[in-house]
Write a protein that binds this ligand. Sequence first.
Ligand code: ADP
Length: 400
Amino acid sequence: MKVLVINSGSSSIKYQLIDMADESVMVSGLVERIGEEMGSLTSKTFPGTDKEVKTVLEQPIPTHGVGLEMSIDLICKGDNAVCTMNEIDVVGHRVVAGGEKFNVPVVITEDMWPDLTETERLAPLHNPANLGGARDATKLFPGVPQVLVFDTAFHQTMPPHAYMYALPYEYYEQDHVRRYGAHGTSHKYVAKECARLTGKPAEEMNLITIHMGNGASMSAVKNGLCVDTSMGLTPLEGLVMGTRSGDIDPAIHNYLAVNRGMDIAAIDNVLNKESGLKGLCGMNDMRDIHAAIEEGNERARLALEVQTYRTRKYIGSYMAVLGRVDAIVFTAGIGENDDIVRLKSLEGLEPFGMKIDPEINAVRSKQARKISAADSTVDIWVIPTNEELAIAREAKALVS
Ligand code: ADP
């Protein structure tokens, strides 16, 4: 079975064609700057192998539909084609927000569209593009199942006391204001991987999973199910991120409006795009921040301190949520690569049985690895996430 995985963003499309026989990536591609004067399409067949062929096209790409068609042409026609269109059995789509209705992956049927369209207001920056990709693919692949995999689905097992805000109840009933979380596909994937690597059933494991990339979130996973997560109605809540503030006093909105004359759109923009690490030190890439700290940049040091302190606080609160923690899992760009952030995030938690082996932690690797010390009672893991493979597996499972 071959699954085409599509992640359609506001001005880009990422895709992978995965051969489920051995879960290998046949093609991986990126369409960028859709709708701009000049767009680009980069496609790699058999990436990372000695058969890798890279193709780059630079031309205007007016719509997502055109971008997708160009990508399919490269996959299925011409010199570097890897299969025919008929050989693509399923298309899997990443969708950021599923709301309460879409708590599991679904194969799209025509009657679902009104409910799907309804989810757009929960993620106005992402869902219209995600669902637009699904509409385009439906036209290009008539009769081929289109599976939607929702980033919020894994978090739908949260109990009401974890997902409700202490706001007037009618905001929940009428406007669906509650916590939904995000990065769920990644949290679920690394939680399952952790159970597999440990050799225990996922249903018997209590985990704290930490997805830390440009966006960052943490989940408390009890007996294999998500019971709490740090992102909320939107991906702004929780940890300190590259450009997002994470948790702040909600009264800051009013304070900024009064003191700086900012309107609600300007404040929202700052909290999402000009805050977090970038707000504190002007840089949002952790590699730049470490380099600046080396040069004595105090703001960069502060940004690292604020970010890792917040992470540690969340770990502490999820220990209280779970009672027993079997393992902590770090994943995504920072989680997988940054030994200093991992070390600082767990600093001082040794009395709770969480102890990193500094030597193993410092070794760079693309493999899943246990980084806890031999006498740590809680296992500490680094497990690379693979959201595309996770979507492909969900899609395969649903149509098989
Ligand atoms: P996204 O949320 O955009 O998917 P990623 O998971 O790819 O993000 O993470 C990107 C971030 O990971 C970068 O902004 C950078 O801060 C961090 N990162 C990537 N590589 C390294 C590294 N070697 N060391 C420290 N941080 C890294």
